[in-house]
Design a protein around this ligand. Structure first.
Ligand code: SOE
Length: 382
């Protein structure tokens, strides 16, 4: 039997379930030097965490995340709990010499993210690995998009158009859940889904956002407290829009909203370059659109590449040619890349420093919206 990577996970809701299915399947899909073992899960409610452990396949459960960190039989801490917990758990895990996978956004503030990135850099010298979970990087079509940009297939990238559109709080009576409270979530649509398109566009283009001009809006300012008729204040943005300039000369528009009625999880990125265009739409996640302007004029037109072939990133692990994959596979690919990094001693991307850079962009967007002015994005020290 191969050596094990023993995982302790904190949190068991949506992201916990997505990560659990990745740990369950990763060694079935990929041939890896380490085999993931789902050692224990922690959560606040004893009853709920016990039920989650059974449902999701964890050997043990606890209500105390600290006990995961002090155990010798856990190698990696997987943080899937709300944003206000990331800082304390990640720092404790790194200090104890555990590898860390932390859901996005890395932290609720730049100060926290800075400290987490510094701790991860220090731990790196002792062979400890830390990674932030921006799962959409691991959609095969997105990986292909990055490879095609890097290979110069669309030339110099000039325009980036990115949206992440959801609609789950359009109803003004939808309760004031934790994602709508700044002290727990850090920000609203901006950090929750805007962070994904910031990371994704920078990843596929290899360019960093340098300046932003933003606006944010909270359409519904008070909502019922969960399980009550009483109203409480919504303290985060419902929508965040911004213009940006990037380090390689591209200009961009970004839109992240939870008020795009009818759009459930619409993540779209289009890149227009000097030699062509690439477009990705998560609602058709097994496809990549390509317009190749180097072809003779009479033969040009958008081509729909079906990213389901063995030649495509990650796809040899799954089904015969032509068979699509889904949302959950992005987490399995993330687990695969993390295991590969741990076993080869290389450092996985996105690192905590990469995630700090995203946090600095989010911070510049918030400040720009507050001051109604173009705002420079501070870049992390290398
Ligand atoms: C909620 O808006 C959410 O679950 C995000 O937190 C995830 O990162 C995204 O993948 C789907 O939507």
């Amino acid at each position: 039997m191969s050596k094990q990577l023993r995982v302790g996970m904190v949190g068991y809701a949506f992201m916990g379930a997505a990560h659990s299915q990745a740990w369950r399947t990763v060694n079935h899909a990929f041939d890896l030097p380490l085999s993931a073992r789902m050692q224990a899960v922690s959560g606040r409610s004893a009853q709920a965490v016990a039920a989650a452990a059974t449902r999701l396949g964890w050997a043990e459960h606890t209500t105390d995340w600290r006990s995961l960190i002090t155990r010798d039989d856990i190698d990696l801490i997987d943080i899937c709990s709300p944003g206000d917990t990331h800082f304390e758990i990640a720092l404790a895990a790194l200090a104890a010499g555990k590898h860390v996978l932390c859901e996005k956004p890395l932290a609720n503030t730049v100060a926290e993210a800075r400290e987490m990135a510094a701790a991860a850099e220090a731990a790196r010298t002792t062979g400890v690995v830390a990674m932030c979970g921006f799962n959409y990087r691991r959609v095969p079509a997105v990986t292909l998009m990055r490879e095609m940009v890097a290979a110069g297939r669309i030339g110099d990238v000039r325009h980036i158009r990115a949206n992440y559109l959801q609609d789950w709080i359009v109803d003004p009576w939808f309760p004031l859940v934790w994602r709508l409270r700044k002290e727990v979530a850090g920000s609203g649509a901006l950090g929750d889904i805007g962070a994904h398109i910031v990371d994704l566009t920078q990843h596929v283009t290899g360019q960093s956002i340098t300046t932003v001009s933003a606006l944010t809006e909270t359409f519904v300012k008070r909502r019922p407290l969960p399980g009550s008729d009483e109203l409480g204040d919504v303290t985060v943005d419902d929508a965040a829009l911004f213009l940006a300039r990037l380090s390689g000369g591209a200009i961009a528009t970004y839109e992240a909203t939870r008020f795009a009625t009818g759009r459930k999880n619409g993540l779209r990125v289009e890149l227009n370059g000097s030699l062509g265009t690439l477009a990705f739409d998560f609602e058709r996640m097994n496809e990549l659109e390509f317009y190749d302007a180097t072809k003779p004029a009479a033969e040009r037109g958008f081509t729909r590449i079906l990213v389901t072939e063995p030649e495509h990133p990650y796809m040899t692990a799954w089904w015969p040619a032509g068979h699509p994959i889904g949302y959950e596979h992005t987490f399995t690919h993330q687990a695969r890349d993390l295991i590969e990094a741990i076993s080869t001693g290389q450092h996985p991307a996105p690192s905590f420093t990469d995630a700090l850079q995203v946090q600095l962009v989010l911070d510049a967007v918030s400040r720009s919206a507050e001051t109604c002015s173009w705002t420079t994005v501070e870049q992390p020290e290398e």
